[in-house]
Every structure is written in structure tokens, then in C-alpha cells.
Design a protein around this ligand. Sequence first.
Ligand SMILES: [Zn+2]
Length: 307
Amino acid sequence: MTTAFITHRDCWRHDMGAHHPECPERLGAIQDRLIAAGLDLYLSYHDAPLAEMEQLLRVHPRKYVELVEASSPETGIFHLDPDTAMSPGTWQAALRSAGAGVLATDMVMREEAPNAFCAIRPPGHHAERAKAMGFCFFNNIAVAARHGVEQWGLERVAIVDFDVHHGNGTEEIFAGDEKVLMVGTFQHPFYPYCGTENPAANMCNVPIKAGTRGDVFRDIVSDVWLPRLRQFAPQLIYISAGFDAHYEDDMGSVGLVESDYAWVTEQLKAVARESAEGRIVSMLEGGYSLSSLARSVSAHIKVLADL
Ligand SMILES: [Zn+2]
């Protein structure tokens, strides 16, 4: 059994226009790096299915899902938000991205893979129940986590978010949901300019300053995340895996490097072994410097796959 790598060519067909940082080349950079590092041989590759309406409706109102579908242009680009736009390929890509986490959940629950990484776009953690924003349409990690709860009867799932931006959508969806614990770090003050309030007891998001390096990040993980996670004892750990807190990523101003991503992945694997039979579903969020994104994903997957 090896780590499942879930993606789909449709995810390359979502295109928000030239010079948009959330570009199809991100997925190509990741795949190239996995091949160059020799990791691809050790992963099992799977096509992401289309998310079903019933799965999306566990998170998003039907009217919102229909609005996104109706906004899909036949040609050109249609903006739902100043930095979130649909091209003709977006609708299918968004369904594949949400569907990837559903398949990943099914695979780890059926013991077909110990853990899974979803190389998907559009990302999801800024998408609220009824609002597309920050390059996100459907909240992929939320659809996956609800699938774990509703379909598989899980009573405790954790969502860990180390993207440089606050996962405001995930917070909006799960604040007060006792079956879900969210832990995260995010640069503050920074887009989306919220997240410091932790509106419910199941939200544990820690703001970090611009310029923060790995030593401070690791202290927060050790002192805040890990005790909360161990106390909660999740039966499955979901990771909103954004790599835009990397030192080389111009989107943010935090200074993590590959070894920090490898380290945090090891810590989460240890928690997963204790209470979740090792189950981890990791889903790509941000990460816009193609080189550091690819190297960071590679470091993350190398630990997930015990390579
Ligand atoms: Zn981000």
C-alpha cells in the first residue's frame, strides 16, 4: 500500500488568464518534480471523479452551486470576484477538485491507501458556503471532511491548514461543528484580513507575522496544534496544504522551507498513527512560485509515502 496521488487533466483546463498566479503550470511543476525526484514510481495514481451534487450540498446551498454552474462561460472569462474567475474549463475542474477529496476519503477509509495527496486546482479553503473568493469556488477540504463524517460516520475529523492565507471559508463552514477541529497558521495582517478571532471553540487558528521563519512556526505547531490535536484524537486528518508560506513565494512574506513542510508532515503523521490509524488526506491549496511549490510538495509527499 502506498500513498495515493489523485489528480485529473480537467484541473489543468481551469484558466483565469495570462499572468494569473493560480495557473495550470502549477500542476505541471509538481508532476515534473515528482518524476525528477524519482517519487512518482512509488505512488499510486488515480483520476479524480466529479463531485456529485449530493456531496457538494453537504457544504454549499443548492442555489450557490447552481449559480456557479450558470456562471460558467462558453468562451472567455467570467469574474465571480475580482481575483476569482471562470473559464470554459472551470466548472469541470471545480467538480474534479471537490471529487478528489471524496475519493481520497473513500480510499483511506477502505484501507486502499494509507494516505492521499490531491494535486488539484482550483483550490478551496477561501470558499464560504455561498461565496466564491480568493481563487476558490467550492471548499474542497470541507466537502471531503463532510463526506468523512456523513458517509463514513466519523465523529472527529481534524482540518490542518498551513497555507499562508487564513482558511476563512473552512472556518465559516465549520465554526461550532463539534465533529471538526480546525488548526492553522496564517500571515496577519494579510488577505483575507480575518481569522484572529477564533469564533468557536473548535477553531484554533494562530496568526503569524510577516517575516516569520520555520523555528517560530515549529514552536506554534508543537505548543498549540499538537496538544489540541492529541486532545481531540481525530479519526482522520485533512490537510489544507498550501505552500505559499515558502520563503521563495512572493504571494506571502513568511519564510518556511521544504524541511519545515517535511517536519510538520511528520508531526501530523505521528498524531494520525495515534488516533486515526494513520489516515491523512492532504489537498493542495496555494503555492505560486512554481519551483518552491514543486519542491515543497515533493518534500511533503516523500514523508507521507515513507520514502
Ligand atoms: Zn494561500
